[in-house]
Design a protein around this ligand. Structure first.
Ligand SMILES: CC(C)(COP(=O)(O)OP(=O)(O)OC[C@H]1O[C@@H](n2cnc3c(N)ncnc32)[C@H](O)[C@@H]1OP(=O)(O)O)[C@@H](O)C(=O)NCCC(=O)NCCS
Length: 158
């Protein structure tokens, strides 16, 4: 049972919009806070205006607080990145980004959504499992800084 304070903390008003060039500077700040091997500017800008990508940002009072990047290849899609600024985590921003990504992929007839996640990333794995992602494999030593295995997860959409 969640306390009232927890519920209030959760009720953050956000808008989800497609990633645009003007968001990239703030996205990079969050990226650098969240990952030891951050994506670079070009990794984000290359996805903007790519018709096969589904990149969203979450705005709270106009400020970027989270983002997700996914790309579609034939009937599959890969969730390549999702992050929420540490000050805004645990307030459903990640869930809302993922929900919208899944909705868009479904509409675009994507059959399955895949992702990789560090095996130690309990928060993210919990989020993915809430959405119905299944653990389908392991890539040994996939990550560096520190070296770690990647858990491969899959969500069947159609
Ligand atoms: C993973 C991440 C995107 C989740 O975003 P978020 O906005 O904090 O997640 P939400 O508030 O929507 O939480 C959704 C669920 O995730 C799980 N979760 C979130 N924070 C958690 C925590 N601190 N501990 C355990 N589970 C947690 C819970 O199951 C939660 O559901 P609940 O709120 O009903 O308990 C965020 O923690 C993040 O940016 N982490 C750093 C970057 C990263 O690791 N990205 C994933 C790379 S694969």
């Amino acid at each position: 049972m969640k306390t009232e304070a927890e519920n209030l903390k959760k009720s953050l008003s956000i808008d989800l919009v497609p990633l645009r060039a003007e968001h990239v500077a703030r996205v990079l700040e969050i990226e650098n806070c969240c990952f030891s091997q951050p994506w670079r500017e070009g990794d984000f800008t290359r996805l903007i205006d790519n018709p096969d990508s589904v990149c969203l940002v979450a705005l709270a009072r106009g400020q970027v607080v989270g983002y997700s990047c996914c790309w579609i290849v034939f009937e599959s899609a890969e969730l390549g990145n999702i992050a929420v600024h540490p000050d805004y985590q645990c307030r459903s921003v990640g869930s809302r980004l993922l929900k919208k990504t899944v909705e868009i992929c479904r509409r675009r007839r994507v059959a399955a959504l895949f992702l990789e996640v560090r095996t130690s990333n309990r928060k993210a794995i919990e989020l993915y499992e809430l959405f119905g992602f299944a653990r389908i494999g392991l890539r040994r030593g996939y990550y560096t800084k520190p070296v770690e295995d990647a858990l491969i997860m899959k969500l069947v959409l159609h």
